[in-house]
Design a protein around this ligand. Structure first.
Ligand code: GLU
Length: 495
């Protein structure tokens, strides 16, 4: 059975790149009826952020990416699955035991070089335009000396003894045949001077003991893979299949950064993006079903059916927010009126002006105006501003909005137009059809001898109190007779 994992570090919110890694791992596991593990990689205590583990889990589950093994979302001190603990800081004994085996067999060694020596070496290498690498001084230290230094309690790290003078080859599911000269691979630190393992040691030990068959992760980890493979070999373990997925890029093709985009999934949730849209969008960043398919809209079920690591691209994928908006608008339009009302209610509740209840979105009037909102917004966060004028009957807006220089609308023109509208709309009975309203109001405009905009602009403003809203005819229809006449009257009173 195939088994993969998502192994984030709890250093902050889940990054959109992390969500994509988690998604691909999830799709792969589900497609092959395998298993997905969530493992928290918190070996770097200096970057640990309180609460980040909980938030990562919450976000992964928000996106619908349920895992088969990992920390229990209800209490991360408990676990789901038999290969735990799934939080690395709880697995120190295992790492200690395993690294001892490497030391005993000569695959790892203790390194006593001071920080000053290492810094000096790095500077020298930089000066000579060489890649920074440890010079292996301690690898060749006589055993007796090592013993003495240990007895003296000299601080040290444990390094992997990377084989020399050979070429390491492996096949990446996405990038194909890879090769690295072993002499370019640093003798990686496995255990830090504080006794804690590095990412490399913990990651390999855990992948092995958790039975991982496929490692799916971001391309930024590709340079670490040779070190990992040498570790598998040193332990005498079978290595998993690796798949490195391409980087996410800003529009200018630089690596996706906070400076140009929001990068935390939480930011997108807070802005009113739906999980269906985010998943659809993210899935297509670096993957498509190929075979000439032009399908863009994918449900999770369809993604599971069609996903294949073989179809993941090598080239970086541009993070194009307009496309995300396109997907979000699409999924928003898929909701029934009732579903839409339920989705936006939490957003309304956050608004100070909203004093109502959920009922205000679940009645005949609301079901009439909600589609006008639903078909116009790109994110749920945009909904309250558009709903406001349907739900607040007291019109309280800056009257200068009625004026319009280009259309030559003065307060006097606005007043005349609104008076005529009030009279004529009083005589209209059919408020259910936009065309009927239009026909009726066109006559008003003709009677006044004004330009369309000179009547329709002030009318629309009087009804919405906003600079932008659906057009006048539509808004008259959605508000109905009583509200329409009342709102016009409110403005006329002030003019
Ligand atoms: N902890 C690493 C990260 O934060 C995981 C890399 C891997 O999947 O091996 O991305």
């Amino acid at each position: 059975m195939y088994k993969t994992r998502f192994a984030p570090s709890p250093t902050g919110f889940l990054h959109v790149g992390g969500l994509r890694t988690a998604l691909y791992a999830y799709l792969f596991a589900r497609k092959h009826e395998g298993k997905l593990i969530l493992r928290i990689e918190d070996t770097d205590r200096t970057r640990f952020v309180e609460g980040a583990t909980e938030s990562l889990i919450r976000t992964v589950l928000w996106a619908g990416l349920e895992y088969d093994e990992g920390p229990d979302p209800n209490n991360i001190d408990l676990e789901i699955g038999e290969n735990g603990p799934y939080i690395q800081s709880k697995r120190n004994d295992t790492y200690e035991q395993e690294v001892q085996k490497l030391l005993d067999e000569g695959h790892a060694y203790r390194c006593f070089c001071s920080k000053d020596r290492l810094d000096e070496m790095r500077k020298e290498q930089q000066k000579n335009k060489q890649a920074p690498m440890y010079d292996k001084k301690c690898r060749h230290r006589p055993k007796e000396e090592t013993k003495q230094l240990m007895e003296q309690g000299v601080a040290h790290v444990i390094r992997l003894a990377v084989p020399e003078n050979e070429t390491l080859r492996f096949r990446d599911s996405i990038r194909g045949d890879m090769q690295f000269k072993s002499n370019t691979i640093d003798d990686q630190v496995l255990v830090k001077s504080d006794g804690y393992p590095t990412y490399h040691l913990a990651n390999v030990v855990d992948d092995h003991y958790m039975g991982i068959t496929h490692v799916i992760r971001g391309e930024e980890w590709l340079p670490s893979t040779p070190k990992h493979i040498y570790l598998y070999r040193a332990f005498g373990w079978e290595e998993p299949q690796f798949a490195h997925i391409p980087l996410l890029l800003n529009k200018d093709k630089s690596k996706l950064s906070k400076r140009q985009n929001d990068v935390a999934v939480e930011d997108y949730i807070a802005k009113g993006y739906l999980k269906e849209a985010l998943i659809n969008f993210i899935a297509l960043l670096g993957w498509n079903p190929g075979d000439g398919s032009t399908q863009e809209i994918f449900s999770m079920k369809e993604l599971i059916e069609t996903f294949s690591l073989k179809k993941v691209h090598k080239a970086g994928a541009v993070f194009d927010l307009e496309r995300l908006d396109f997907f979000n608008a699409h999924y928003i339009r898929e909701f029934s009126a009732k579903e839409f009302a339920d989705k936006i209610y939490p957003w309304l509740e956050k608004e100070e002006w909203f004093k109502g209840t959920a009922e205000d979105l679940h009645n005949e009037y609301a079901y009439k105006f909600l589609p006008a909102v639903q078909t116009r917004i790109k994110t749920l966060a945009e909904a309250p501003a558009m709903i406001r004028y349907f739900l607040t009957d007291k019109m309280d807006y800056d009257l200068s909005l009625l004026e319009h220089e280009k259309m030559k609308i003065t307060p006097e023109i606005a007043k005349q137009a609104l008076q005529a509208c009030a009279e004529d709309l009083q005589n209209l009975d059919n408020y259910d059809e936009e065309d009927a309203i239009k026909e009726h109001l066109i006559k008003t405009i003709e009677r006044l001898g004004m330009k369309n905009g000179q009547v329709l602009w002030p009318l629309r403003v009087a009804l919405s109190g906003e600079q932008y809203s659906p057009g006048a005819f539509e808004i008259v229809m959605l508000l109905g007779k009583e509200k329409t006449l009342d709102r016009i009257a409110q403005t006329l009173q002030k003019l």
